[in-house]
Design a protein around this ligand. Structure first.
Ligand SMILES: Cc1cc2nc3c(=O)[nH]c(=O)nc-3n(C[C@H](O)[C@H](O)[C@H](O)COP(=O)(O)OP(=O)(O)OC[C@H]3O[C@@H](n4cnc5c(N)ncnc54)[C@H](O)[C@@H]3O)c2cc1C
Length: 490
């Protein structure tokens, strides 16, 4: 099953060389930075993936330190038709996106730049950072950017979309990238921003890894109060019914009208206990000691634990959220988008629970469901800040909800029994959304599964634009042919 998925991720790579040759050529250039399977650094690199489905068998890992090294490597891959992948934080669950079998994997782990320019509020962030590191640097200056909410997630998030604490006010993560420094297929290093290669800039905001290797992100930061209110609220079965109503209210009323708020409702089903639980990061970007009326319902529902407090550390919030999300289990994520709808939210939760209960016998089985809003204001911010390739413009003046379906279990051997059924289940609820007229075409790159057609979901206009940009910056289609993951349609 895993091999089939990797093969699907690399469909169209028949001309790539499945060979050791590229690693040999690369190690002639950088003998101390290319790791073959028999060295410890190789196994360390191969364990940096969140999902065990992504710890594959590349012929070597390459860990460059400088932009010229990345440039020389990418040029070598293009000239020799070498299959390769790029990885930052290793949290994609698509096997073959950030790693591969019998190719080269470029791990950006050594790109650790974290530099804040106080006068412009821009942060220069190396792609090897995890978000708790980036937030820790911002915390020193009482600033915050639009990154993810989980400490260990990496900068790949800034190529797809990016759901985060400030979305309701500032738009998505990609909309708050001011510039990407990119190594193109021919090894040229360019800056993509509103004023330089602006077509590439727009394309990269959603176009993922189809255009080049990012060696630096310049991020817009925002001043924040000395303390904010934030923490994690957990609930047992007793809180469930209230949470469903709160989730809809957050989408329809709170997120659009009280833009300093952020809530991420996570509904879990634990097969080991047969019970549901919910854990909900709650955040308010104001220097106050109690939650505002718009968020009070989350604390008033029957809770198991509530850590919401005044804090000066967003890094600490990201670390708290990340507890229990360690590497090494089998993970799969799927997603689709609807216009927020109370009855549908309720029905999907009930259906996912019913489906999950069928797999109680799978060791370590756990499912997670979330509803995450993108408000009309967030969409408008994306346009105002230079546009992106997501195709969200023109959505009705209604909050969208990105629905997340995550499953996790222990043994790779169980993937064949569970993955296709998960796909079938998610497609079945998507059909219900379509029948009810609330389905939106958008599929968020960040949470997509290997066989979900993300780029097509951006719409024909965006697909045509992305293809034009690809032809211009990568005329021989190196990144389309040699790198796996979510590719532009043929
Ligand atoms: C526990 C968990 C929490 C999450 N929380 C959030 C959240 O709060 N908000 C949100 O929006 N998403 C979230 N995500 C989803 C996350 O955005 C994606 O998984 C994202 O792809 C992770 O990036 P990464 O660098 O960690 O992963 P990787 O697997 O290393 O990379 C992901 C993709 O980006 C490409 N890529 C990475 N770096 C580069 C580069 N420098 N140049 C070119 N291509 C590159 C890779 O090739 C791959 O295709 C979460 C995921 C998990 C598992």
């Amino acid at each position: 099953m895993r091999l089939l998925i990797v093969a699907a991720a690399f469909a169209g790579l028949s001309s790539a060389l499945p060979t050791q040759e590229c690693c040999t050529l690369l190690s002639q250039l950088y003998p101390t930075k290319v790791y073959a399977p028999d060295v410890t650094a190789y196994s360390t690199a191969n364990k940096r993936y969140w999902s065990s489905t992504c710890s594959l068998k590349p012929s070597c890992f390459f860990e460059p330190n400088t932009v010229p090294e990345v440039s020389a490597a990418v040029k070598l891959f293009s000239q020799n038709n070498c299959k390769f992948s790029v990885t930052a934080g290793g949290h994609s669950t698509i096997p073959g996106a950030a790693n591969n079998d019998r190719g080269v994997t470029v791990a950006m782990v050594n790109f650790q730049q974290r530099e804040i320019d106080n006068s412009t509020n821009i942060m220069h962030l190396g792609p090897g950072n995890r978000f708790y590191q980036a937030y820790a640097e911002m915390d020193k200056y009482n600033k915050v950017g639009v990154l993810g909410r989980y400490a260990q997630v990496g900068t790949g998030l800034l190529l797809g979309a990016g759901l985060s604490y400030l979305n309701n006010q500032e738009g998505l993560g990609v909309d708050n990238v001011k510039a990407y420094e990119v190594v193109l297929a021919n090894g040229t290093v360019v800056t993509a921003s509103r004023t330089s290669n602006s077509d590439l800039f727009k394309a990269m905001k959603g176009g993922g890894d189809n255009f080049g290797v990012v060696t630096r992100y310049d991020l817009q930061l925002y001043d924040r109060p000395a303390t904010v209110l934030g923490g994690l609220i957990t609930y047992g079965e007793a809180g469930m019914a209230t949470l469903e109503d709160l989730t809809y209210d957050y989408h329809a009323n709170v997120a659009p009208n009280d833009q300093q708020t952020h809530v991420l409702p996570n509904w879990g089903y634990n097969a080991a206990t047969g019970l549901r639980e919910a854990f909900v990061p709650v955040f308010y970007n104001k220097d106050v000691s109690v939650l505002p009326p718009s968020l009070k319902g989350w604390a008033d529902a029957p809770t198991v634990k509530n850590t919401v407090r005044r804090t000066n550390s967003i890094s600490a919030l990201a670390l708290e959220n990340n507890e229990g999300y360690g590497n090494g289990l089998v993970q799969e994520q799927r997603t689709f988008t609807v216009y927020a709808n109370k009855q549908f939210f309720h029905d999907v939760n009930a259906l996912y629970l019913e489906w999950s209960k069928k797999y109680q016998h799978i060791e370590g089985f756990y499912t997670l469901h979330c509803n995450m809003p993108i408000t009309p204001h967030a969409v408008a911010e994306g346009i105002r800040k230079g546009g992106n390739s997501l195709g969200l413009a023109g959505s009705k003046n209604q909050t969208l909800s990105v629905l997340y379906f995550g499953l996790s279990f222990k043994n790779l051997a169980d993937t064949a029994a569970v993955f296709p059924a998960h796909d079938e289940f998610v497609e079945s609820v998507k059909k219900i959304a379509s029948d009810r007229g609330i389905l939106h075409k958008y599929i968020m790159w960040n949470y997509s599964a290997y066989n979900q057609k993300v780029i097509e979901g951006y719409g024909p206009e965006s697909v045509a634009f992305l293809k034009r940009v690809s032809k211009k910056y990568d005329p021989t289609g190196g990144f389309l042919r040699l790198v796996g993951g979510q590719k532009l349609p043929e």
